[in-house]
Design a protein around this ligand. Structure first.
Ligand SMILES: Cc1ncc(COP(=O)(O)O)c(C=O)c1O
Length: 385
């Protein structure tokens, strides 16, 4: 394949010998499951996040579920959330037999804070709300400060789905650290990866104790602790828990990636700047607002020219050797949520409208200038028709 037709994938993990060596070290150590690597990863992550507690889990989905379990979200209660997200955000609410109360989005694809405040001012509705679960979409802060203040005033916990939020911030404070708990994803395409994995952070010691207990079958002492010399084999099962622990293999990967997180962020910023500098003048294109504290997990453009079909655009990009993606199909357009809650596209009109316009462009460390020129030239050509 010649250079100009090399396929540019939508996403690529950034791994080198340091990750390989870290994983090999664990493979040769004789201890593969949750152990000292996970403990070290948790400590290092908590330090980086500026919180006292962090618990490694095998996915962000598991982490979000654990938080809702530990908060004892009651069945039939309402959890305020966004339709503009990956399905994991709402599915964990259903695990508790509670219901998502979808709130439409603002210009940044995030849940509209004003609409949340209106819900909380309605006593009949607010009484049924058991949590607020926003997403920092693509790595842009969803206004967690205002949401946590409103939640506190109403006695409702804020749980941040910070799957895209590392290491983004609002006012210098890491996203995911504003509420009762925050959850990060280390899925393969995220801003740092362990293949599959996640991290729960909190300042609430009791909540974190519960999360740690539920993370591994409700067992009071994990295998690592029991395997240390002088510690009895015996354990109690104190709760009905889950199998959500992180392996030491994944944690070893995570520790190396965490060390590189600021370099990764600089790379993502470079690419976001390139897109803004090279696409800012294209009519019919809406770019994400600039933001110095963004994680730039995603760079979502909106096609805003009548007659310009989003799916056709993505197909043409693929024909030109450029992988793009769509984040996200709003949850109220999926059959389960339509059927269960009787939702129609126009019930959350902005989410539905933005979905039809949204295209995610490639953004990851190592994406070079030549590739970026190819991408922006093709976007310009297709949008300008
Ligand atoms: C917004 C959001 N929340 C939660 C998740 C779930 O993350 P995981 O795949 O680590 O379970 C994802 C994953 O893509 C996500 O994008």
């Amino acid at each position: 394949m010649n250079r100009s037709t090399d396929f540019i994938p939508f996403a690529l993990p950034s791994l080198d010998r340091r990750e390989e060596e870290a994983v090999l070290r664990v493979l040769r150590s004789g201890w593969l499951t949750t152990g000292q690597e996970t403990l070290a990863f948790e400590e290092e992550f908590a330090r980086a996040a500026g919180v006292p507690f962090a618990a490694g889990v095998n996915s962000a989905t598991a982490g979000l579920h654990l938080v809702l379990e530990a908060l004892a979200i009651p069945p039939d209660s309402l959890v305020i959330t966004t339709p503009y997200t990956f399905v994991a955000t709402a599915e964990v609410i259903r695990y508790r037999r509670a219901h998502p109360l979808f709130v439409d989005i603002n210009d940044d694809f995030n849940m509209d804070t004003e609409k949340v405040l209106r819900i909380l001012k309605d006593p009949a509705l607010a009484r049924r709300v058991s949590a607020i679960l926003p997403v920092h979409l693509g790595g842009r802060a969803c206004d967690p400060e205002a949401l946590s203040r409103a939640g506190e005033a109403a006695g409702i916990p804020l749980v941040e789905d910070a799957a895209h939020g590392f290491p983004a911030a609002q006012g210098g404070r890491l996203l995911g650290t504003f509420g009762a708990a925050g959850v990060y994803s280390f899925y393969a395409t995220k801003t740092m990866t362990t293949g599959e994995g996640g991290m729960v952070v909190s300042r609430d010691e009791e909540l974190m104790k519960k999360i740690r207990l539920l993370r591994l079958h409700g067992i009071d002492r994990d295998v690592w602790t029991r395997s240390r010399g002088g510690v009895s084999w015996e354990y109690d099962v104190a709760e009905v828990g889950f199998k959500y622990n992180l392996t030491d293999i994944a944690a070893a990967l995570g520790r190396v990636q965490l060390n590189k997180a600021q370099d990764f962020l600089a790379e993502r910023r470079r690419i976001a700047r390139f897109y803004r500098d090279n696409l800012g003048d294209v009519e019919g294109l809406i770019l994400p607002r600039d933001c110095p504290e963004h994680s730039w997990h995603l760079f979502i453009i909106r096609l805003n020219r009548p007659g310009l079909d989003r799916d056709g655009f993505i197909e043409k990009m693929a024909e030109a050797g450029i992988g793009c993606s769509v984040h996200y199909k709003p949850l109220h357009l999926f059959s389960y949520y339509r059927r269960t809650y009787g939702l129609k596209p126009q019930d959350l009109p902005r989410a539905a409208e933005f979905f039809h316009q949204a295209v995610s462009l490639p953004i990851y460390p190592g994406l070079g200038e030549e590739a970026l020129h190819r991408i922006t030239a093709e976007v310009r050509r297709l949008v300008q028709g």
